[in-house]
Design a protein around this ligand. Structure first.
Ligand code: SAM
Length: 364
């Protein structure tokens, strides 16, 4: 058995970067799960990333170290883990990674490989690892009160683009938890909700001139969202209109370059304007600067790391792909949904200004 991860050079930068960038976040993530004591719990890891870090491997000297299977087994005991993601290919790589890390060796876990089979939550096998397709942008399909622990680290902000979508996800996760169930979130210490606020502001400007306006958000090209101007600023919500219904509306449209169109006429001000929206851009720049400062790789890897981070920074600056809500907002939303003991751990006692936080909460 080979319990070491073979990250092919240059092909898996996220894995190479994780021991630098995510060490504190990931270590705290596992500590939080360890603090939950229940006999043989059912844990779901939502958005594990292809290499399922930090479940699969621990970090040693800023590198991927040995398999973490003993530590994970101590957390789950004879319970089970359900790795859920929206991409089938990622789940296949998670399975491969865990196999390589010795998770499916005798005395650890049994892989439940058949992804086409609906998981029978009422009759989960003990000491098993399941894989499940779940796009968080769609309704969450865990049965009511089926999970003891949910871990969603660095994945929620990819799925929600608006506060009301985040609220929906937290509400559905709450329903999936059993009484006294435990939630862990890992998120960024940054607020990227600005583009959504800007969309609303622009829509309201047009509404004031007497037109009922529908916002059409085409920024993420894999899913079109139709969002009505809200009553309150936090109520931007996704609705689905038939083509006929849509025809009747006045349309304010945003494309993936941040261009804004009203009734097919391009407007002068983009969704994010480097001058007008200076504070948003500079807070994003700061966030990624902090991430860059954490990484001290060997010289030959530096350009690749920086390229990866610059790309993310550029997307975030356009209001694309990364939709971090501030930790304060997340905690507020969790409390609103009925979670108790909502707590945010933000690693403030370090020399560096660490850009991620761990958030925990529980159900009554
Ligand atoms: C940055 S990775 C985080 C990986 C890992 N949890 C970590 O902490 O390093 C984001 C994960 O979220 C998943 N993800 C992104 N959008 C999603 C969605 N709409 N529904 C479910 N998972 C999603 C990705 O496939 C990926 O596994």
């Amino acid at each position: 058995m080979n319990t070491r991860l073979e990250a092919k050079e240059g092909s898996d930068l996220y894995v190479e970067a994780s021991p630098w960038v995510c060490d504190l976040l990931h270590n705290k993530e596992l500590e939080c799960l360890e603090s939950f004591s229940k006999k043989d719990p059912i844990l779901s890891v939502i958005g594990p990333g292809e290499k399922a870090l930090p479940y699969s491997y621990c970090y040693v000297d800023r590198k991927i170290g040995k398999s973490n299977r003993e530590r994970i087994k101590r957390i789950v005991k004879n319970g089970s883990i359900i790795f859920a993601d929206y991409r089938l290919e990622s789940l296949a790589i998670v399975e491969e990674t865990l196999e390589r890390a010795g998770f499916f060796d005798r005395g650890f876990f049994v892989p439940q490989r058949d992804l086409s089979k609906k998981i029978d939550f009422g009759n989960l096998e003990s000491s098993s690892i399941y894989f499940m397709l779940q796009d968080l942008r769609n309704p969450i399909t865990f049965p009511r009160e089926s999970l003891d622990m949910i871990d969603m680290t660095l994945s929620g902000h990819h799925a929600y683009t608006t506060i009301s979508e985040a609220r929906r996800i937290f509400r559905e996760l709450y329903k999936s938890l059993r009484p006294e169930g435990f939630l862990h979130l890992g998120e960024g210490k940054i607020d990227m909700n600005y583009p959504e606020e800007k969309m609303i502001k622009k829509a309201l400007e047009f509404e004031r001139s007497g037109d009922k306006v529908v916002i059409i958000d085409n920024r993420e090209n894999d899913k079109k969202t139709y969002i009505l101007p809200p009553k309150g600023l936090n109520e931007l919500r996704r609705i689905y209109l038939t083509p006929e219904e849509l025809q009747k509306q006045k349309k304010l449209e945003f494309d993936s370059e941040g261009n804004v169109f009203f009734e097919n006429q391009k407007l002068k001000n983009n969704l994010i304007d480097p001058k007008e929206d200076y504070y948003f851009i500079s807070s994003i720049d700061n966030f990624y600067q902090r991430i860059k400062r954490l990484i001290h790789p060997v010289e030959e890897l530096k350009p690749m790391f920086y390229e990866m981070i610059d790309k993310e920074q550029c997307q975030s600056g356009q209001g694309l792909s990364e939709h971090y809500l501030s930790p304060e907002k997340i905690c507020e939303l969790l409390r609103d949904q009925g979670y108790l003991d909502v707590d945010c751990f933000d690693h403030i006692n370090r020399d560096i200004y660490y850009p991620f936080v761990n958030i925990t909460a529980r159900k009554e």
